[in-house]
Write a protein that binds this ligand. Structure first.
Ligand SMILES: Nc1ncnc2c1ncn2[C@@H]1O[C@H](COP(=O)(O)OP(=O)(O)OP(=O)(O)O)[C@@H](O)[C@H]1O
Ligand SMILES: [Mg+2]
Length: 516
């Protein structure tokens, strides 16, 4: 699979340096990507990966250093220059317009025009069809973007980049939002792309994927390049150690749970999705203090709606939720929080953070009115807030110049760490954790996993939703499998992967062990 060693460099950075207030995001970064290879860029949260890619794409201007395309120095003052040099970028947070069709999104800014003022639909559709056929990227040009699953939205982003003539594709954490199935499909697409001569730069925190898909790897740590590796000659452990600067435990150590009384009783819960179709069709289970109950399921089977209803951010259409015998079904998010329910939402940029607020303010978000931070609910106890924020930044290793920095200026993974820190540190009775490690680096995953176990051991009832079956299996004491809005079985924490896989796709229920 690896590119011949003699293939020339499609893109190089030499001595790229970029400082932001309080942090050197890139320091003398040398990156050399061979034509026709898949080059992985890895490193801790805040290591400088996105910054380097934004520089290549012309979104950020370096303080010094140069960029070479096909061996020649290139001036990239903005995305227009980058596109002209054949560089395309698929951002971590998609930039598509949900109410437009796939075709309209792909053409955006480059519409073929039949007559002045008219957009040539027929020609646009034809060009997209040619592209999708050429690269095996099945996609309906007339589908409305907002109706597509995230995997297909990403595919549309890729088609858009190809339509603009990209030879070098940058994918910043493309699998962060994908289901395992979608990731496999994406890898097929990437392999086809390099076969046709494209060059790919691929960022991921999932080292298994990096080993599977890449030819070579560049490792960054705190703004610097700390290693160049050839994929076939390295291991997950070696990459992790280079990234983090110490040995990383790649598995979870935990004692058996000692579950206590029922914390949460969910009875016959029903709810609708954003599109108004039934998403939960009668979900029942008990969640005990001192246990981690994992929800396993193929994405889109109701797990998102379930945590939202439990967290009070979505209305139930029927059924009941009892928190220690108190009916909390109709509580709103604030009341739920005051009742001791903490919530790590999957959508960090939507519900979890206010990007324009400081790190400190985000660390007390939703708890501004609690006694620890306010005086008669009016005056924030500033000193208390600052002490609290500094403590969490340190404990959760949130990489930020200081606690007054706006959350928007933090790297993606460090934004996620703010939410995790805030919710876990609130000493909740029930912790609802949806994709708690999405986008965080391997050292932070290890830390968050240990914290979840520690919370459990202190008696917190933890509900864990994750797209990563491995994560569910290594943390959960019991596993509830959700399929088409129903819990089809509750399995022991050590249930075999094959059995869970079968249940998740609607099979195997006749031998169910019985839902609690
Ligand atoms: N616009 C900005 N203003 C201020 N600081 C910034 C800005 N963009 C990035 N930074 C800082 O630069 C550093 C590198 O961030 P970057 O987003 O490149 O990290 P990353 O390697 O992509 O991390 P992650 O894996 O979490 O996405 C971080 O300390 C971040 O806070
Ligand atoms: Mg990033």
């Amino acid at each position: 699979m690896s590119a011949p060693p003699a293939s020339p460099f499609a893109v190089e950075t030499r001595g790229i340096t970029k400082a932001f207030p309080g942090v050197v995001a890139n320091s003398q970064v040398d990156l050399a990507v061979r034509a026709g290879e898949i080059h992985a860029l890895v490193g801790e949260n805040g290591a400088g990966k996105t910054t380097l890619m934004n520089i290549l794409y012309g979104l950020v201007h370096p303080d010094s250093g140069e960029i070479l395309i096909d061996g020649t120095a290139a001036r990239i003052a903005g995305p227009r220059d980058a596109i002209a040099h054949g560089i395309g970028m698929v951002h971590q947070h998609f930039m598509l317009i949900p109410v437009f069709t796939v075709g309209e999104n792909v053409m955006l800014g480059r519409e073929p025009v039949a007559a002045p003022g008219f957009y040539d639909h027929a020609r646009a559709r034809q060009e997209i069809e040619t592209l999708t056929r050429q690269y095996g990227l099945a996609l309906d040009p007339d589908a409305r973007m907002g109706d597509l699953p995230v995997g297909l939205q990403q595919r549309a982003e890729i088609v858009k980049v190809l339509y603009r003539g990209a030879k070098i594709l940058i994918l910043d954490e493309p699998t962060g939002v994908l289901t395992p199935q979608e990731s496999t499909e994406l890898f097929g697409v990437l392999r086809d792309l390099v076969k046709t001569g494209k060059t790919i730069i691929f960022i991921s925190h999932k080292l298994r994927e990096v080993l599977e898909i890449s030819d070579r790897i560049t490792v960054m740590r705190r703004g610097k390049v700390v290693g160049h590796l050839v994929t076939k000659d390295t291991t997950e452990q070696e990459i992790a150690t280079l990234m983090v600067g110490r040995e990383v435990l790649l598995r979870v150590d935990k004692k058996p749970a000692a579950p206590g009384a029922v914390a949460f009783r969910v009875e016959n819960l029903t709810a609708s999705s954003d599109r108004g179709v039934p998403a939960l069709r009668g979900v029942s289970f008990d969640l005990h203090h001192g246990e981690i109950l994992g929800i396993a399921g193929v994405e889109g089977n109701g797990q998102s709606e379930l945590v939202e209803v439990l967290a009070g951010t979505r209305h139930a259409t029927g059924g009941r939720v009892l928190l220690e015998d108190r009916d909390v079904t109709t509580f709103d998010a604030r009341t739920e929080r005051d009742a001791g329910i903490a919530f790590i939402p999957e959508d960090r940029r939507g519900t979890g953070l206010v990007l324009s607020y400081s790190v400190a303010d985000n660390l007390i978000l939703g708890r501004q009115r609690s006694q620890a931070f306010s005086w008669r609910e009016l005056v924030l106890r500033l000193a208390a807030v600052r002490t609290w924020a500094r403590r969490l930044v340190k404990e959760f290793d949130i990489r930020t110049p200081n606690i007054d920095t706006a959350a928007r200026n933090l790297s993606g993974g460090n934004q996620q760490k703010i939410i995790v820190a805030r919710e876990m540190a609130s000493r909740p009775r029930v912790l609802l954790a949806a994709q708690p490690t999405r986008g965080v680096d391997i050292g932070a995953i290890e830390f968050i996993h240990r914290k979840l176990i520690a919370e459990r051991d202190e008696g917190t009832a933890v509900l864990l939703v994750s797209a990563e079956l491995d994560e569910i299996r290594s943390l959960s004491d019991r596993i509830a499998v959700i399929y088409e809005g129903r819990i089809v079985s509750i399995e022991p924490g050590d249930a075999p992967e094959e059995r869970l896989g079968l249940l998740m796709t609607g099979g195997g229920v006749e031998t169910r062990t019985g839902a609690a």
